[in-house]
Design a protein around this ligand. Sequence first.
Ligand code: HEM
Length: 142
Amino acid sequence: MDGLVTNTQARLLSRSLRRISENGAPLARSFYAELFSAHPEVRPMFHSDLSTQYAKFEDMLVVLVADVLNPGVILRPLQDLAKRHVEYGVTREMYPIVGDIMMRTLRTLDAAPLTGDELEAWDVLLGRVNAFLMDETLNHTA
Ligand code: HEM
C-alpha cells in the first residue's frame, strides 16, 4: 500500500496538527463533546476517565500524522486498534459517524482555524483510516 495521503497532504496534516497543539486548541475535548451531544447513545461505551481518553486519542493522531507516508509503520497499530474497538463493542457503521463528527470539529476549531486544503487532507486521511478500520473490523467479528 502507498502512503495514505499525498506528500503535500502529509505536510498539511502535520502543519495543522502542530498549529492545533501550539494554539492549545481543545481538539479531543471538542470532538468528544460533539460526539456525545450528537450521539448520546455511545456515551455509555466509554468507561475511562475522559481526560485519559483525550490524551490517547490525540497521541494516536500524532502517530498517524507522523507516519502517514509509511503505512508499513502504522498498519499494525491500526490493526490492533481495530481489534480493541471490536472488544469495546464498536461496529463498522459507527466509523463514518465518528469521521463526520471529527470533520465537524476540525471545521469549527476557533482557536486554530484550518485552511480549506488542510481540511481536505484530514478528510482524505480519516476516510482512508476509517476504510481500513472497517475492513479490519470484519476480520475480528465472529
Ligand atoms: C478514526 C477512528 C478512531 C480512532 C483513531 C480511535 C482512537 C481511539 C483510541 C486511541 C482509544 C484509546 C484506547 C485504545 O487505544 O484502545 C480509543 C478508545 C475507544 N474508542 Fe475509539 N477511535 C476511533 C473510532 C471509534 C469509533 C467509531 C467509536 C464508536 C463509538 C469508538 C469508541 C471507542 C471506545 C468505546 C473506546 C474505549 C473507551 C474506554 O475504554 O473507556 N472509537 N479510541
